[in-house]
Each structure stands twice: as C-alpha cells, then as structure tokens.
Design a binder for this molecule. Sequence first.
Ligand SMILES: [Zn+2]
Length: 252
Amino acid sequence: MKQNLKKIALIAAIAVVIASCSKKNETLTPEAPLAKNGDRVLQHIKNLGFPASSIIEGGNEYIVEEDIIFPKNMVVPASFTGANTEQYYTGSIVNSTNKLNIRVFVDPSMTSMSSEINNAIAQWNGVSGSTLRLNIVTAAPYDILIKDENLGNGVCGQGQFPSNGQAGALIKINKAYIAGNSFAQRARTICHEFGHCISFRHTNWAAQGESTATNVPGVPGTDASSLMNGGQCGSGATVLSQKDKDATASLY
Ligand SMILES: [Zn+2]
C-alpha cells in the first residue's frame, strides 16, 4: 500500500514536471495515453459536479467556469467520491504535509507584480488557526507556478484545483487586463486564484449559476464579503472575510 502511494506520488510529481514543460511532454508522453487520460480528467470534472456546459476544451487542459484549470495529464484521484457536497471547496484538499510548505515560483513574466503576489500570500499565511503556508521559491522544485497569460477579455486569472494531496500547480494571470485595476484589486485576483489552488470554489456559486459546490464543514451559506466570490474581478472584496478565514482554518 505504501509502495502504491509512493508510486502515485511519483507519477504525480512527473505529471507536474510534464505540465510545466510542454515541449518535453511530446517526447515523454505518447499522444494516445494523454488523450485517454484526458477522457478520465473530463469524467473527473463531471464527477465533481460541473455540468458539461461549463467545461471548455483548451488544448492540453480543460477550463471550467472560466477560471479553473484541469490539465489533461493530471492524476485523477482513484478513490475520489464526488458525491459529497461544503465557505465551498472541491472536496479534495492539499494534504497535511504539503500544506505546511506550498512552494510558489513566480515566472519572470509576473515579477512586476511581486508586491501583489506577496500581499496575496500574506493573506493566506496570516489566517489564524491554519497551518497552511505559501512560500516563494526562486528555483525548482516548486508546487505552484504563477505566470502571465493573455486570457482574453473578461477573465482576470485562472487557477488549478488541488489533486492527489498537492496544491493546484498553475495560476495564470491576465496581467495586461488587470493592470488598470487598483493595487488592492490586482492582489485580490491573485489571492483568489491561490484560493482555487488550495481547493476553494466560488462562495457565490449558486448565484453565478455554477455547479453545486461542497460546503466547508461548519462554514455554510453565502457571504457577500468573501474574496472567493466569482465574477467580481476589479470590484470584489480585497481581503479575506471572516468566513473565508474560518473556512481556511476548518480545512487547514
Ligand atoms: Zn475564481
């Protein structure tokens, strides 16, 4: 069993490397298995409760509800039960070891927003009762890559959900698009995407017409002050609300 877990961890580690290096992907991963795994990832997304209409095919990944990324080469949790429904998360969290030191690598394309990134990290690290810590590293290995990408009009950023006990591995920020926002709003976008990487769904999923999310135990209901409300880029809460903090302490 332990050996199996080790294997799974190794596969996950390889998947992360592949995900962050698309050119090597072609040589290391034959196309058919990737396509097959893509089918499994698609089923996994549907099992999480996202309707097919919210899933967009995007080359090497699926984009769900505009700002959540599922890489096609991700490791699909074998025993994940998507039926459990609780602020709101995916039901899959960063494990108790990994949460203590989630390593964040800032791509050179995002270093101009280092202050905003540091603000976002300080918010998550400052939650009382949580031992989750995000730490900037300047070289591999790392757990989350944050990079600039043109996501078109209307999408400020995208984050990836955790899988296999590891934080979501990628955050894309539409840097040019949010450049005109205030410092606090730019930091909010980044803070929000980190929230997805540690499993948070949109607190206002129901109002947004999104698929049913799992309630964080002990932190039910809606929250107008939540930084994890979706569809509020440039206008939403810029600091974690009390319920955001309660939810973080509950999970981590
Ligand atoms: Zn979001």
